[in-house]
Every structure is written in C-alpha cells, then in structure tokens.
Design a protein. Sequence first.
Length: 455
Amino acid sequence: MTIGLSRGEKLAYGVADVGASLSFVAINTWFLYFLINIAGLEPFLAGVIFIIGRAFDAVLDPIMGSFSDRTKSRWGRKRFIWLGAVPLGASFVLLWLLPQVGPAGRFALALGLFMLFSLLYTIVQVPYMALTPELAPDYDERTSLTSYRVGFATFASLVAVAAPPAIVMRFGGAVELAQSQAWGWLVMGLIFGAITAASYLLMASFVREPASTRQRSTGRVKLLAEYRSAFAIYGFAEIFVLFIVITIGLMVLNSILPFFLESSLLLSPGQQPLVLGTLFGAAILAFPLWAALATRLGKRISLILGLIILAFSVLLLVGFSPPGTISVYLLIMTVLSGIGLSAIMLFPWAMLPDVVEFDELKTGTRHEGLVYALFTFGQKIAGSVGVFSNALVASLFGYQQGLAMQAPTTVNSIEVMAGPVAAAIFLLAIFFVWRFPITRSRHSRARAELAERPA
C-alpha cells in the first residue's frame, strides 16, 4: 500500500509553479499586448515572435527531457533547478526592456530574449515536472499532488493576468493602459522575475527527491528515436493531442482577454482586476471539488464536465455581458468560467503521469523527463498558436496600436475569438478526452505487474 505524501510535502512541491505560471502566463497574456501597444510592433510581426520562438523549442525540449532522465548527479533532477532558477528570473526581466532602437531592432531583440527565456524555462521546468510520478506513484495520489501544484499555478495565473495593469498604471502612469510608459512594464518584470526565481529555489530547498529503484535511460540522446519512443507509450499520443487542443483554446482566451476587457467590455484598468480575480478565484476554490469528483467519476468524465461548463459559460459571458459596467450577470458567468477553467488546468496534468508506468511496463525503463519535456513543448507551441491566431486577427481587422477604443469590426473580431472560437475548441477537446485509454483499474493493474518484477 502506497504511503501518501504529507500536506507539507505537497505544498513545498507546488510552490515552484508560482514561478512557472507567473512568468509563463504573464508572457502569454501580456507580451503580445506589450509588443503591439508599447513596443510599437505591427501585430503580425509580434505574433511571428511567438511562432519562431516556439519552433526553437521543438528540438530543445525533448533533448532536455532525455538529458534529465540520464542524470546521475547526487542532486538528481533538482540540480537543473538550482543552476537555472536565477538566470530564468533574470531573462524574464529582460523581456520587458524597451531600448531606443528601430522596429527591426526591437523585433530582433524581442525574439532573441524570448528564445533565451524559453531555453531557461525548459532547463528548469522540465526536471521539476518530471518529479511528479516519482513523488506520487498512485493514480489518485497524483491527482491530489497535481491539485496542489495547479492550485499554486492558478493563483499565480491570477496574479499574472490581473496584477500587471495595476503595476504598470502605478509606475508608468497614463489614463489608458495602451498608452502607458515602458518603465511600468519593466517594474512588473522585476517583481515577477524575482518571485519566479525564489519559488523554484524554495521548492528545491524543501522537497527531497526520492531515490529511484527503477531502470533509467542511458546512452546518447537520439532525437528521432526519442520522439518515436514517447509516442509509442500507451496513452501518450492521446493525452498529448488532447493537451494541445485544450491549450490552444486556453491561450486564445488568455491572450485576447486584455483586448476584450479594454475594447469590448470597456472596463477601465481599475475595474479589470475584479473580473480577473473572480475568474481565477473561482478556479482555485473549485480544485478540491474537482479532485473529490474525480475519485468517484474518474479523471476523464470530470474533465469532460469541466470543458462543457467552460465552453458554454464563455459563450454566454461574451455574448450577453453589458459593456461599461461590472454587472451581476458578468460576475456569475465569470464564476462559472472559473469552475470550468479549474478542471482543464488540473486534469490533463493529472492524467499525464499515468503513462509512465505503461512506458516502464513495455520498455523496462522510465522516461519521465522526456514525457514531461514533450508535454511542456506542446504547451509552448500550442500557446503560441493561440497567441499568433489573435495577432493575425488583430492585424487583419485593423487593430489600432495605442488606443483603447477600436472600430466596431475590430471589436467584433475580438469577441468572436474570445467567445465562439474558444468555446468551439473546448468542445472539440471532448472527443480527445474520450479517446484517452488509461483508467484507474488499468493503471492499478500496470502498477501491480511492475511490483512483481525484480527491482
């Protein structure tokens, strides 16, 4: 019988995702807005930065995952966290610098710094995530551990989405956010960068990495073979495609939010934090409810329910919320959206570690680092597709840089992306959830079979 982790251990593990989500969500929500309205880049070029930067990750992430699987240092996977946490925080700060160079120079600098951040994020985040199946080998214990981690992640996401306008308006004062000064964005970068580094270092200080008795990968990294081996794992292809679809929908919604709140709902920078706080606050409060529901219905059914709630609540919020005011209707739809958001943030990450035992069952070795590296890469590339889609729409429908008030056709395009497009993607994801083959009983049988094998 598996002895569960203590609450303190779960809290210590989860705290690192404050840094991961604070930096990652801030970039996916605000960096496009910053590049268009503050750096003055044309929307299409701003979107290209995300696409090129993530193409760089296509090679980087699986190499990092395989490398972490092969590490034999006495520090284990945590040595990458110790080495990379502070440089990662610093690279986040550099993203928000705005030197006095021309548009071409700003494009090149933003792209280079975005790639640097991606490199350091991979070095730190992939080994951290790969600890999940090692710390929690049990099917339901993984949901519990993941709920702690995603709880911290959701709180950090709330801060990452809601805090930047307040910080920027405080230090880079202007009447409208679109006309704010670059100094305010740099202050935000300094605060978030410091928190990012500190959270990873706290986790590394208080979480003891378990000594693995299982066979790890050895030998040189062969990239194509590593890809094939990962997608041959029972259930991995299904959860990977599912995660891609969900993340595209989530990042379409995330990166359009600043534009939607400002230009469609006509909310001031002072009003926006209440809506965003309600959204993510509801998501945080819903995590224990989803974790309890999953013990009765399983992860798949629970995720399907969450996708349905999120899709329809987003449609109703965008379609019927009155502009210029924070209405009771808007807050109700925001709470429902937060409840659905909670499920889609929790369950894909809780389902992923269950494939590790099937990998070991088939190959005799464990590839946690590779599995999480590919998932992290999927998160990045899907997020960039979502952000680029919004950048393309903004470019095609005449978004005017530096202005809160936009033309009716531009506002309509923003509303279509925030409502029908995002909702359709979430409903599409239900098909892929249903195809995921690993259930509690199948996972238990796999663990029992592994337990009978000699260590």
